[in-house]
Design a protein around this ligand. Sequence first.
Ligand SMILES: Cc1cc2nc3c(=O)[nH]c(=O)nc-3n(C[C@H](O)[C@H](O)[C@H](O)COP(=O)(O)OP(=O)(O)OC[C@H]3O[C@@H](n4cnc5c(N)ncnc54)[C@H](O)[C@@H]3O)c2cc1C
Length: 490
Amino acid sequence: MSLKTAQEYIDSLRTRKLNLYMFGEKVDNYVDNPIIRPSINAMAMTYKLAEEPEYEDLMTVTSSLTGEKINRFTHLHQSTTDLMNKVKMQRLLGQKTGCCFQRCVGMDAFNAVFSTTFEIDAKYGTNYHERFTKYLIYVQQNDLVVDGCMTDARGDRSKSPGQQPDPDAYLRVVERREDGIVVRGCKLHQTGMVNSHEILVMPNNSMKNDEKDWAVCFAVPTETPGIIYVYGRQSSDTRKLEANKIDTGNINFGGQEIMTIFDDVFVPWERVFMNGETDFSTMLVERFAGYHRQSYGGCKVGTGDTLIGAAKAITDYNGVYKASHVKDKIVEMCHLNETLYACGIACSAEGRKTQSGNYMIDLLLANICKQNVTRFPYEIARIAQDLAGGLLVTLPSAEDFDHPEIGPLVKKYTQAAGDNTSEKRQRLLRLIENITMGCGAVAYLTESMHGAGSPQAQRIMISRLVDLEHKKELAEKICGIQENSDINWK
Ligand SMILES: Cc1cc2nc3c(=O)[nH]c(=O)nc-3n(C[C@H](O)[C@H](O)[C@H](O)COP(=O)(O)OP(=O)(O)OC[C@H]3O[C@@H](n4cnc5c(N)ncnc54)[C@H](O)[C@@H]3O)c2cc1C
């Protein structure tokens, strides 16, 4: 068994029988569906780049479990260099696709589940870690995509899982059998779910002692009976159905989020990695969220690179790039984007070994990274819209550009600086539209806000992790409230 090619990955999806719905209808051949295909193309890029010698060091790595060459997306990070390479890989993929390429959640879940199961076993004498390690070897050897599945429906946010009027608001165990468990619930917003071979489910919250049924972690193939997938709509998604693809902005690539309903799904014991250990659900959630908050310092930066490039290009075609305020705005976009990257690299460089042996990012810095991600892409998008001009939202359709009678006139009046700028402007404006308010904005903006936890979730972590008493002591020593024992000279 070896690394899959991009073609082998796409072919591996064709044989899968999924209970998938979109626009109120069952979808059978989802691989060739024009709404879905761009998201499969984006995922395929994680395989394609691993085939290329130029990116071998970034995209592939030696497995710590088998010694074989594997895709980095299935890797357990073995050093701070691995953590930094993860961020660099994500930036590269954001640059190549201009959208969410969907494979990060699984990678972040592997690393969180690996270290958490080790610590559960150390406390309770369970064998979750061995089960999970076997599972991960299977994933690595078959170069699979695994959906990292955390966010529950959650009903009333002010109530914990056990207090919800509908106990299924959080996914839970409804039956424990000799051969396994049966689970029920719904995981919302699942990125790349139907492009995945497997699902790795984790609890969404801290759990109280009596909430054992909700403290569950397991893996199942996406084809497992009882799972229903409902495709999430994205803004302007039906443009993908049009013959002329220019109005999609991102011609080949896109993201995907799926409502995933577990309607009494059986999970065999060898695929169960947590079963009622409520005191470890916080650890698992925080570790997964920490890795995922690091991820955004890579993937969003890569998409940011494409948006900055589009902004630069449109100012060239509009003939305004030489204006000092235009250059300065592009510098500001770069400053914000590189700050996010710096945060992603910093939380990686400050990473530490876990008890299980894999490496964990610095949690405080990862939360700072994600907190900035909830803001800076919005500012970068605002500047891109400033520089693009009003045609961004008033441009006629691609069909009007192609029309035998009005087409030449539409082209004449959308020329800017120099000849042949009409179609270039059309394409760039559509790309900026895609990333700042169309399909791409789902990942570049709203996912930057809520993915891996809404802004307040990071602020709670920051307040927990920052040592304010230490900072107070520093100040009190400097101004003489406390004796400064550092000074031992006369
Ligand atoms: C594009 C996208 C992709 C995603 N991909 C995945 C994925 O692949 N896997 C996955 O598991 N999840 C995924 N998510 C889910 C993401 O982690 C959640 O959206 C996030 O955790 C926020 O949860 P929520 O959407 O339920 O918002 P809410 O929790 O409802 O938050 C909305 C607002 O309410 C506030 N709030 C929430 N609870 C409380 C409370 N108790 N008291 C006071 N205020 C509160 C929040 O601070 C926020 O301001 C994705 C989300 C998006 C948008």
